[in-house]
Write a protein that binds this ligand. Structure first.
Ligand SMILES: C[S@@+](CC[C@H](N)C(=O)[O-])C[C@H]1O[C@@H](n2cnc3c(N)ncnc32)[C@H](O)[C@@H]1O
Length: 385
């Protein structure tokens, strides 16, 4: 595929658009435009590889290939069939189709995906007597259809598996934070590796691992076995090697990254993930309750994602947030504390005035991400209040 100053759509989670745009600026991308849950850039094939490999808050990178109008199934089928699919697809490949619908003409995404697949397979079979197969789990090739009323936009998904599947997660925690959201939380907090980083309720360790990768300048794509674009016609291995071998400057990280969790099982899972990511020497883990955990001295960042209370009932959940607030006041001098929670009423029990708040979504749960400054002055002021 030839890409030169081509439009690329980089998708992310709601609330992370600004952070993603900032990452794009840092990578030197051009014509950055913020969209809803996405950022648009204009770029080359190398930019496409770089976006997939380096962007921490990207979920997938889409390449628009063509668009047309359709108001019913036949028009959709005919429109899809007009594109030369052999230009991008090999009949031996497996494929999957994803649909995003905002239309009164088209309402059933599974049916639309089926119709699109029929048009592609029929065209290739008519021309080659061979047909690509559908594989929803592990396809070679992903096609994304965005339908707004009668406007059909067809994209090729260059990422393959979504980019939050970094490749370091083995152990399954009950409520792990999505890797892209974790990276977004750290970047919103301004974490660049200047100071300590702690998560006293670290679960499977996602914030610690993403934090260590940022602190040590490790690209998020380094653990991936493959990206979607690697099976595309015209994949340029030399160009991709240039990207993975790119020299990027970062200062030596000298502070500490420490995680704690009350659950021994979760600490074991975090340890397995750290081993898989080869970051186990860079992160300390303790099986200890947040109520007794003491962060390293010298200040830094406390970023955490406490339980929201689905399993813990009141008043325990309120007490947990109350204890967190009390620990912050007494043991986290010169830290800035960042808490992501989907339980707004429990969050009030932290008892500190947030200096910044942002609405985010964790899975399908609306959350508030709050910052508390823990300088001597701000603590005295909050005690008075
Ligand atoms: C929502 S999960 C955190 C998930 C984590 N961010 C991840 O990516 O896996 C909350 C964690 O808080 C831990 N936890 C609950 N109460 C705690 C306490 N009092 N002290 C320390 N950890 C606690 C739970 O064991 C759980 O692992």
């Amino acid at each position: 595929m030839v890409l030169e100053n081509s439009e690329l759509i980089i998708k992310t989670f709601q609330g992370l658009e600004d952070v993603l745009a900032q990452e794009c600026r840092q990578l030197g991308f051009r014509d950055i435009e913020i969209l809803n849950r996405a950022v648009k850039i204009n770029g080359s094939l190398k930019d496409l590889y770089r976006a997939n490999y380096f962007l921490r808050t990207a979920i997938k990178v889409l390449v628009p290939v063509f668009s047309f109008s359709a108001r019913n199934d036949e028009e959709l089928y005919d429109g899809i069939k007009k594109y030369d699919w052999l230009d991008v697809l090999d009949p031996s490949m497996t494929l999957a189709i994803e649909c995003v619908l905002h239309s009164e003409f088209f309402t059933h995404s599974k049916f639309i995906a089926q119709k699109t697949k029929d048009a592609i397979v029929d065209q290739i079979r008519d021309r080659t007597k061979r047909r690509p197969r559908v594989d929803l789990e592990n396809p070679d090739f992903r096609i994304s259809l965005h339908i707004t009323e009668d406007k059909i936009k067809v994209f090729l998904d260059s990422s393959g598996d979504p980019l939050f599947k970094r490749g370091y997660r083995i152990g399954l925690h009950q409520a792990p934070l999505n890797e892209v959201l974790a990276a977004g939380l750290l970047l919103i907090a301004g974490w660049k590796g200047k100071g300590n980083l702690v998560d006293p309720m670290c679960g499977s360790g996602t914030l610690l691992i993403e934090g260590a990768m940022i602190a040590h300048g490790l690209p998020p794509g380094m653990y991936r076995e493959k990206f979607g674009f690697e099976v595309w016609n015209g994949f340029d291995q030399d160009l991709y090697s240039d990207v993975t071998e790119e020299d990027y400057h970062h200062d030596k990280f000298v502070a500490k990254i420490v995680g704690g969790d009350i659950s021994q099982k979760n600490i074991r899972i975090a340890r397995e993930n750290l081993h898989r990511s080869s970051l186990f020497k860079k992160v300390e883990l303790v099986n200890e309750a947040m109520e007794t955990f003491v962060p390293p001295s010298g200040g830094g960042w406390m970023v955490t994602n406490p339980p929201y209370g689905d399993r813990l009932k009141m008043p325990e959940i309120n007490n947990l947030y109350g204890s967190l607030g009390s620990r912050l006041k007494h043991f986290y001098k010169n830290y800035q504390a960042w808490v992501l929670s989907g339980n707004m009423s429990a969050l009030k029990n932290v008892g500190l005035r947030p200096s910044f708040k942002k609405n985010l979504v964790n899975g399908s749960i609306p959350c508030l991400y709050s910052k508390y400054d823990l300088y001597e002055g701000s603590l005295k002021q909050s005690k008075r209040q």
